[in-house]
Design a protein around this ligand. Structure first.
Ligand code: CTP
Ligand code: MG
Length: 219
């Protein structure tokens, strides 16, 4: 089985909006609904990981779908990923998990399909795009190093991995993504090329951009 684990348990503190960004309506529907609609036709089941304070909102959203269930998130993104993946493993211990940020509404079906196909070749996959700006290390307002952009990518996701392998290698550290855990364990993480529409809504300007893309029919 292919099971999507959609991470929607964050509070969106960088947006200064009382509603967490994934529940903000853009172009007539909450961002999280756009994410769910992209995954529904392409996976067997969806686990939506939500914050305990937003269970009502989430229940209201998933009542129109057959194959979505809710799981409570944790303190960190990675803990939320663990919680969702546990449920996926209970449903099918041989499943492939495709995890995605609930705040990345414009992931294409092509990216989802490639991720589900490419997992055959690797221990995990992720979706990344080459860094645009020159990336530098800054310490106390002083630039201390300029990095070689050839090797720098922005990691977007979704990520795919097998639930069983995930729990075999999981330790007690916190990670930003499954990719970070797998790289540390010496496993092979294949990279699929992403696109700039698959951005993560993070600041208010991203909402304006999202609105513009929808209005112009660009996504
Ligand atoms: N996320 C989660 N559980 C957490 C923290 C984050 O499921 N404890 C999810 C968010 O809902 C989001 C994704 O992980 O879809 C990426 O995280 P991020 O962009 O950092 O979202 P927030 O943590 O909500 O935002 P901020 O960091 O600005 O507070
Ligand atoms: Mg965060």
């Amino acid at each position: 089985m292919n099971i999507a684990v959609i991470l929607a348990s964050g509070k969106g503190t960088r947006m200064n909006n009382s509603t967490p960004k994934q529940y903000i309506r853009v172009g007539g529907m909450p961002l999280i609904v756009r994410v769910l609609n992209q995954f529904v036709p392409l996976v067997d089941k969806i686990i939506l990981v939500v914050n305990k304070d937003y269970v009502k909102e989430a229940q209201n959203i998933i009542k129109d779908y057959k194959n979505i269930e809710l799981v409570l998130g944790g303190e960190t993104r990675f803990q939320s990923l663990i919680n969702g993946t546990k449920r996926a493993y209970e449903i099918d211990k041989n499943c492939v998990v495709i995890s995605h940020d609930g705040a990345r509404p414009f992931v294409s079906k092509q990216i989802i399909n490639s991720s589900l196909e490419e997992i055959e070749k690797y221990d995990a996959t992720t979706v990344s795009i080459p860094a645009i700006d020159t990336m530098v290390i800054v310490e106390n307002n002083i630039e201390t190093k300029v990095l070689d952009r050839e090797y720098l990518y922005s990691d977007q996701g979704p990520q795919t991995f097998r639930a069983e392998m995930f729990f075999n290698v999981l330790d007690n550290e916190n990670y930003s993504t499954v990719g970070e855990l797998y790289v540390k364990k010496g496993l092979k993480v294949g990279v699929i090329e992403g696109d700039r529409y698959n951005f993560k809504v993070t600041h208010n300007i991203d909402l304006e951009f999202a609105e513009y893309l929808i209005e112009k029919g660009l996504i």
